[in-house]
Design a protein around this ligand. Structure first.
Ligand code: FAS
Ligand code: PHB
Length: 392
């Protein structure tokens, strides 16, 4: 039987940042990760680090490559009516974002954890969590080679994402579920072509939403609004490039040069929250507790914010046997989660085409965009949410 102070299920941003935060305070943890290292380091997902997330990664010793290779952006563009409008974060709120792929963040976190002797058990899938109402909960796991085992700990951090196991260990009558599904998805590609713009461009077009993002000066990350059940394999590359160009058309249109498609996938657009984020000795963090539509670039950043709160609560427990921060964990996280849900739903509603929209609602949407890009107060509100609300 393995033993540690904090058992962490999942080696995504939540689990790895938590493990590193605890280690810096001398608190032991063991991370159980269902997939192998190459898989988790290769998963193409988020791309935008909030100001506070970038600072935190640097503060915990996992920010060196991010600072060297990440792209610091001082604004974004909103494009509608065939025209782009810049939201100047630096001027409006004095902060910036860093564009740096989640898979790179994962590589940096795994590297620093292993360098420092951290315990990450890959190919180790948790299938049950028992004894949560005791002082020694146990995580039961099976390894890819068919062997199994148990991890005894003081606390379990459920950082295993939306499809993980930990949330299911909570009696359903103890949880409230809040969900919203949008009637479209995002068809994302990673392509070997220089970004068509210096900064991210979010586009509202009659044909649908489009987003220009990037991973490096030679790799673009692009998204198109598509049908909920769009088949990414049904689109020849040429069709993707033509559709993207059509949605970006207009004045001073950014020119996306077709390139080799390195990855493609369709992601549903949904919002989900479970409350509370704690049950006895189990603390849910990140996608295990909430999903946001990616329009606000909040998913990974929320995961990091959750575990910062959890790490402080666990440090208070181990250093002073305090329970108050553990008891406040869920409420503290959910306040920020719901503000991120608000912002993400607002960005999604403002930027996408809704078949069900009446002409009146369509005009309202364009008026919202016009207001946000012409009012300093409205631009400032977008900017302060996008760069990240204060972590404290
Ligand atoms: P994660 O899902 O990242 O990590 C959970 C980990 O737990 C995984 O490694 C998984 O293998 C492991 N696990 C699961 N079950 C387990 C078990 N039973 N035992 C052991 N390990 C287990 N966010 C954005 O901000 N922008 C985006 O563009 C964006 N795009 C996304 C695209 C896709 C396809 C997906 C799925 C998500 C996207 N997200 C995006 C959100 C994403 O970045 C998440 O918010 C972020 O990964 C959350 O981090 P974690 O909570 O650590 O969960
Ligand atoms: C990305 O670069 O993957 C990205 C950027 C902004 C978003 C979502 C995804 O809102």
């Amino acid at each position: 039987m393995l033993r540690t102070q904090v058992g962490i299920v999942g080696a995504g941003p939540a689990g790895l940042v938590l493990s590193q935060l605890l280690a810096r305070e001398g608190i032991e943890s063991i991370v159980l990760e269902a997939r192998d290292r190459a898989y988790v380091e290769g998963r193409v997902r988020a791309g935008v680090l909030e100001h506070g997330t970038a600072d935190l990664l640097e503060a915990i010793g996992a920010g060196q490559r991010m600072r060297a290779q990440g792209l610091v952006h001082r604004g974004i563009e909103l494009r509608f009516g065939g025209q782009s409008h810049r939201i100047d974060f630096a001027e409006l709120v004095g902060k910036s974002i860093t564009v740096y792929g989640q898979q790179e963040v994962i590589k940096d976190l795994i590297a620093v954890r292993l360098q420092q002797g951290g315990a990450i058990h890959f190919d180790t899938e948790a299938y049950a969590v028992d004894g949560l109402d005791t002082a020694r909960p146990v995580v039961r796991y099976r390894k890819a080679d068919g062997s199994g085992g148990e991890l005894a700990c003081d606390f379990v951090a459920g950082c295993d994402g939306f499809h993980g196991t930990c949330r299911n260990a909570v009696p359903p009558n103890q949880l409230a579920f809040f969900e919203r599904t949008f009637p479209f998805s995002w068809f994302g590609i990673l392509a070997e072509t220089p970004p068509a713009s210096q900064e991210l461009i979010y586009t509202n077009h009659e044909r649908g939403f489009a987003l220009i993002s990037m991973r490096s000066p030679s790799v673009s990350r692009l998204y198109l609004q598509c049908a909920v059940d769009e088949d990414p394999g049904a689109w020849p590359d040429q069709r993707y490039w033509e559709e993207l160009a059509a949605r970006l058309a207009g004045y001073d249109a950014p020119e996306v040069k077709p390139g080799r498609v390195l990855a493609r996938g369709v992601t549903g657009m949904r919002a989900f929250v479970v409350a509370p984020m704690r049950y006895e000795r189990l603390f849910l963090a990140g996608d295990a507790a909430h999903i946001v539509p990616p329009t606000g670039a909040k998913g990974m950043n929320l995961a990091v914010a959750d575990v910062l709160v959890l790490s402080r609560a666990l440090v208070a427990f181990y250093t002073s046997r305090r329970l108050d921060l553990l008891d406040a964990y869920s409420d503290t996280c959910l306040r920020r989660v719901w503000k991120a849900q608000r912002f993400s739903s607002w960005m999604t509603s403002m930027l996408h085409r809704f078949d069900a929209h009446t002409p009146f609602e369509r005009r309202l949407q364009l008026a919202e965009l016009d207001y946000v890009t012409s009012s300093r107060a409205a631009s400032q509100a977008l900017a302060e949410n996008y760069v990240g609300l204060p972590l404290d």
